[in-house]
Design a protein around this ligand. Structure first.
Ligand code: DC
Length: 233
């Protein structure tokens, strides 16, 4: 176990299955799971709550630097959460999934100052090791020397269908078509921004989860060389 890759990076577009896969993998090998998307969401929520315009790059950058952000294991909460996010001490775990955050987070994550601050926090966690870190630029920018990099993707129709199902009973007032359009819009912003655009690292292994269950995907990952007994010696 001790010779598994110290840091495993998982990047990929919205609703590609990277969080589900990352969580399952982290549990399986007893690693910390860190979803970096929730950090960009926390900044966005803080801006919305404080009335800082999402167009105000300088204001949002200052706000980010002052934010106290904590990501903790889910603990005793049994409301379906995978972890708990505290923003200046308040539990915002579900608020981060609201429609207003969804619509604005890609814009906020284009700002270089916001990224620099969050990348610094992410590296501090990554350097402690034994972590599965999930996002858009983890293999390319945050932990470029990680020894196992995965890029998890799926067709945009499949991703929209998953997001639509996921929102069932919670915040869902959008149609499948609206969710698909929103996914296309976010892919466009995340993939074309100037700073750290979403793309696979040159040494990433691409995993397409379209028409595959999370269990099948995990089996594929555990069949990779770094997890084989020979690689453990
Ligand atoms: O994975 P998610 O949908 O929770 O991510 C929310 C947004 O944050 C996404 O639109 C892009 C941004 N993001 C990023 O730019 N870099 C990361 N490492 C993680 C997320």
């Amino acid at each position: 176990m001790d010779s598994y890759p110290v840091t495993i990076t998982i990047d990929g577009p919205a609703a590609s299955g990277k969080t589900t896969v990352g969580l399952m993998l982290a549990r399986h090998i007893d690693y910390l799971f860190l979803d970096t998307g929730c950090m960009y969401r926390a900044v966005t929520l803080a801006a919305l709550e404080r009335g800082v315009s999402v167009e105000d790059e300088i204001g949002i950058t200052h706000l980010t630097r002052r934010l106290e952000m904590d990501i903790l294991p889910a603990g005793v909460e049994s409301d379906g959460r995978h972890y708990t996010v505290l923003l200046n001490g308040a539990d915002v775990t579900w608020a981060l999934r609201g429609a207003e955050v969804d619509v604005n987070v890609s814009q906020v994550s284009t700002y270089a100052g916001v990224r620099a601050d969050l990348v610094r926090r992410q590296r501090a966690i990554g350097e402690r090791g034994r972590v599965v870190m999930v996002g858009r630029d983890i293999g390319t920018v945050v932990m470029p020397s990680a020894t196992l990099k995965l890029y998890v993707t799926a067709s945009k129709e499949e991703r929209a269908r998953r997001r639509w199902k996921e929102l069932e009973g919670r915040f869902r007032d959008a149609s499948y078509e609206q969710i698909l359009a929103e996914i296309e819009r976010r892919d466009q912003i995340d993939g074309n921004r100037e700073v750290a655009p979403m793309r696979p690292a040159s040494d990433a292994i691409i995993i397409d989860t379209t028409n595959r269950t999370p269990d099948e995907v995990i089996q594929d990952i555990l069949a990779l060389e770094p997890f084989q007994p020979a690689a453990q010696n």
